[in-house]
Design a protein around this ligand. Structure first.
Ligand code: FE
Length: 197
């Protein structure tokens, strides 16, 4: 099955980011992951018996494809979840906000912790509903296919790879994160939370 790339879910460029940076992020990087995901899927379908019998954990065709598969697929899903909440009014309200207050003591505390995790990882920070324990959790990942936890449904996702902010913020990741909260799409986050619940 060929996966179709999704258009950006917003027209208003989020605070602090340029249209050029957002367009490159979506049109080149995200769409590039979708294309690779499809290419890898086709190659896996077409693998011959030789590829299965020659499977090897140091190097083999199957290993390279399976490694690329999780990298590309998570690259697609994480970017979609990030774009979903990237552009909004930053008005924190709704059932998710209430649940965050309950879990973290206050919304400010949650934002502080999430932002600190965003400074401490190299790729992604994710507020997820962890279905294993039935709780909201903040997880961090250094790469698309590292640090993800099985059974977690992403709600608020932030891309902290340098490509996400360097063009507009230079090395100032802290301000990029601050601006993320200022224009977060809380209604979209609440909708995800509602569907999960
Ligand atoms: Fe990215």
């Amino acid at each position: 099955m060929t996966y179709q790339s999704k258009p950006l879910p917003f027209s208003e460029i989020p605070k602090g980011l340029s249209k050029k940076a957002v367009d490159i992020h979506h049109d080149k990087l995200y769409v590039g992951y979708v294309n690779k995901m499809n290419e890898i899927g086709e190659k896996l379908q077409a693998l011959s018996e030789t590829a299965f019998s020659g499977a090897n954990q140091t190097y083999s065709e199957l290993r390279a494809l399976k490694d690329g598969e999780t990298f590309a697929t998570n690259g697609v899903y994480l970017h979609e979840a990030y774009f979903d909440v990237l552009s909004g009014a930053g008005q924190a309200q709704g059932p998710l906000v209430e649940a965050l207050k309950e879990t973290y003591g206050s919304l400010e505390k949650f934002v502080t912790i999430f932002s600190a995790v965003a400074m401490s990882v190299r790729g992604w920070v994710v507020l997820a509903w962890d279905t294993n324990i039935g709780q909201l959790k903040i997880y961090g990942a250094d790469a698309h296919n590292q640090g993800g936890v099985w059974g977690c449904l992403p709600i608020i996702v932030l891309d902290v790879y340098e490509h996400a902010y360097f063009m507009d913020y230079g090395s100032d990741r802290g301000t990029y994160i601050k601006d993320f909260w200022a224009s977060l799409n809380w209604p979209a986050a609440n909708e995800k939370f509602g569907k999960i619940k």
